[in-house]
Design a protein around this ligand. Structure first.
Ligand code: PRP
Length: 205
């Protein structure tokens, strides 16, 4: 039985659709809205719905053999897992955004509000720029409006949130999408089953 951690929510439903197409269906999964664990013994899969940002924790610690996590989470938390496949779902980008009239003064420490403090720190370290990272948990777009920060580092998908808050993208940090990940020892013990699954999913993306 392969234990699979899926990100709860809209992305997770798309991801499950892909697993279903690849031959790993579990019909009960879409019927019940409160239950979190579903299995199809015949197909050899057990699915768990977990918070998207927790998928990598379940996989890293072996509570799930495989899972699907956003590249943003993998870059931010650097879990010790194998990244097997880009599922090309949840495609967006990590970007620096600021108010439209913002002029960067390189002599000043840049104040950066973000949920992704490691991604932001790594990015500015690569540019040799000193920053003051302000770690927030959500509604990041408000920070520069209220002068809590100069810029934000956040996920941009359609750009609608930025536009509605009079912000614009200044730089793209990196592209983001959902990745199939595996626990390192589970991969070793189930290499055949996991490779077959990866191959079937790979043909669909
Ligand atoms: C993300 C991100 C932006 C928004 C960008 O938030 O933090 O706020 O999506 O999407 P857009 O470019 O299509 O407008 P999310 O919905 O994940 O919520 P959160 O901030 O609560 O994590």
């Amino acid at each position: 039985m392969l234990n699979v951690a899926l990100p709860k929510g809209r992305l997770g439903e798309k991801v499950y659709g892909l697993f279903e197409k690849a031959g790993y269906e579990c019909p009960s999964l879409l019927e019940n809205s409160r239950k979190l664990i579903f299995e199809n013994e015949e197909k050899g899969v057990r699915y768990f719905w977990v918070k998207p940002s927790d998928v990598a924790i379940y996989v890293e610690r072996g509570a799930a053999d495989i899972g699907v996590a956003g590249k943003d989470i993998l870059l931010e938390y650097k879990p010790d897992v194998y990244e097997l496949l880009d599922l090309k779902l949840g495609v967006c980008r990590m970007a620096v955004a600021a108010p439209k009239n913002f002029k960067d003064d390189p002599r000043k420490v840049l104040k950066v509000a973000t949920k992704f403090k490691n991604i932001a720190s790594d990015y500015y370290a690569s540019l040799g720029r000193d920053i003051d990272v302000i770690h927030l948990n959500g509604s990041i777009e408000i920070a520069p409006i209220l002068k809590l920060s100069d810029v934000i580092v956040d996920i941009v998908e359609t750009g609608k949130t930025l536009k509605e808050n009079d912000l614009e993208v200044m730089e793209t940090v990196c592209p983001i999408s959902a990745r199939l990940i595996a626990n390192k020892s589970a991969y070793k013990f189930n290499v055949e089953a996991i490779e077959i699954l990866k191959e079937r999913l790979g043909k669909l993306v």
